[in-house]
Design a binder for this molecule. Sequence first.
Ligand code: GLY
Ligand code: GLY
Length: 308
Amino acid sequence: MNFVVVVHGGGASSIAKDRKERVRQGIIRAATAGYNILKEGGSAVDAVEGAVTVLEDDPEFNAGCGSVLNTNGEVEMDASIMSGKDLSSGAVSAVQCIANPIKLARLVMEKTPHCFLTDQGAAKFAAAMGIPTVPREQLITERNIKHLQKEKQEKCAQKPDQQKNLGTVGAVALDCKGNVAYATSTGGIINKMVGRVGDTPCIGSGGYADNEIGAISTTGHGESILKVNLARLTLFHVEQGKTLEEAADLSLGYMKSKLKGLGGVILVSKAGDWAVKWTSASMPWAAAKDGKVHSGIDLGETCTTDLP
Ligand code: GLY
Ligand code: GLY
């Protein structure tokens, strides 16, 4: 079985030149981490959790310590994870003061009878599981403080929400036993209302995994993604016989024409094919398979290197 892992660093309207190389290195590091887990016999769930943890720990990405700020200048994070083997899933929303929401989502999946914990309940559960809290400031970067100030000043002249920088991070994987999984994590949308929850923790919107079909992780405008159930909609088209690319084009096209919502998806099929597609201006992505890592940020750009 050809194992594979694909990661994304969020749909974006543009990525400044000086950040591009850091973003590229970060996304390749995450794909490599996921690939190494699979190579050593780890499961698809282990691989997507491992890859997303790398991105949550990288301040260049809107998740974990790079999360955008809500209207109060605070970080509130959403994450979800799913195993295609038995459709088990775990999600958390509006969590604060933990470094890796994706790890908490996995614990919800594996250690509770539930699929989704939020806010105070999620925090209580994190403490019960021995997850340390981190100081609020540890998750707040200078870049995101400036970004919020700018957003507030320019609000009236700004683009509609559907077309802003809409970062999220995510991973999909197929392991050597034929199991697929996805993980998605985000700080959400800048200047969001306190308590706003996006698509990322919602199974079927922020991602989906089913061994009968494949796995998908999404990024983009959360309110649009929720309305079309972007992840499940895309896999529905795959079930109907479309290729991964055709399915992604259909669902992203529908979201754009119906709601003007922009976004992106990464997919793996049960056969080990993979695809990346987006309607935002750019989307950092990387795919690791057969000892090689392919990556890109802008449309039409792919570079391939050997994995160490
Ligand atoms: N957390 C239990 C389940 O997803 O089935
Ligand atoms: N897709 C991330 C969000 O809107 O929260």
